[in-house]
Design a protein around this ligand. Structure first.
Ligand SMILES: [Zn+2]
Length: 310
């Protein structure tokens, strides 16, 4: 069924970079899309004349390490209304969950909420990674995999593994594990993409892949995206920093990078979060550094082993 849709069939062909303009759910004047209808203008793809709104509701899934990441793929989320999973509650050091703010955005965009939604506090996932505790992570993988099978999901998008935040990186790996489990159990291939979150923090995105999907938001959608970001009080500092560094126009484009599989970093990889962890231990803010080689890599290997055995 999905292959029949021009968007999905084009996506599956992966022969061209895809640009399309995404309409807005709510216009700058505050009118709802239902009042105005949806009109997509799609370029560089000759036969793409249908509205993306005719896509079945949960043909795609979105897996986020933290609530708030949906803002980076706001236009895509509005287009395909993915089944959305969020690994942590984003409570950080404050201990206050920011899931409600994300739920409000997802509801406005018409996305549905998955079985994993704020499974860990930030403190709990940090402790889980430090302890290399596998069971709760495998539970998450199983839960996401079961939901992907139930909903017959064809495409999964997650945080990219950028070395900036271990929760983002483990989100990438848990998503990959869930997709692999689905493939093993159903013999179905799920198209797998990720998106960068921290280009303005010095991370270098690998967005040059020929089969990356590029979305270009129209003015109204960009306006709504920036308004949603500015209204996300818990992320005010991050949003201000991103806008100051990149400018509003930068966020018109959303890029989904095709993921070839598991994280491939070598043992001697030293991600940014490890360097910052060392500084925080030196400052007395943390007692222990979360390290790729000692913590993340053993977890990744154990999860891959789990997938092989199950
Ligand atoms: Zn995050």
């Amino acid at each position: 069924m999905l292959e029949e849709h021009p968007f999905i069939s084009g996506l599956f062909k992966r022969s061209v970079q895809l640009y399309f303009i995404v309409c807005s759910l709510v216009s700058p004047a505050g009118d709802t899309a239902a009042q105005h209808g949806h009109a997509f203008q799609i370029s560089r793809f000759r036969d793409m004349s249908h509205s993306l709104h005719s896509l079945p509701k949960a043909s795609a899934a979105l897996v986020l390490g933290h609530p708030g990441h949906e803002l980076r793929v706001y236009g895509w989320t509005h287009s395909v209304r993915p089944l959305t999973f969020v690994i942590t509650d984003g409570s950080g050091t404050s201990g206050i969950s920011r899931l409600n703010a994300t739920t409000e955005i997802l509801e406005k965009l018409g996305a549905s909420i998955g079985t994993v939604y704020g499974r860990f506090t930030d403190r709990a996932i940090y402790e889980t990674m430090l302890a290399r505790s596998l069971d709760p992570l495998c539970e998450v993988v199983e839960s996401i995999a079961a939901a992907l099978i139930d909903a017959e999901i064809e495409m999964v998008v997650s945080d990219a593994s950028e070395g900036y935040n271990p929760t983002h990186d483990i989100c990438f790996e848990l998503t990959q594990a869930a997709v692999e489990l689905v493939r093993k159990r159903t013999h179905r291939t799920i198209h797998r993409y990720s998106f960068c979150l921290t280009e303005w923090e010095g991370c270098v995105p690998s967005q040059t892949a020929e089969d990356a999907i590029h979305l270009e938001l129209d003015d109204a959608c960009l306006y709504n995206k920036i308004e949603a970001a500015r209204s996300y009080i818990e992320l005010r500092d991050e949003v201000d920093r991103a806008l100051a560094c990149k400018g509003i126009e930068y966020f018109r484009k959303e890029t989904l990078i095709p993921s070839a599989g598991w994280t491939t970093a070598l043992e001697n990889y030293k991600p940014g979060y490890e360097q910052r962890g060392e500084q925080r231990v030196a400052n007395g803010r943390y007692t222990k550094v979360l390290r790729y080689k000692d913590h993340l890599l053993p977890i990744f290997r154990a999860i891959r082993h789990y997938v092989d055995q199950n």
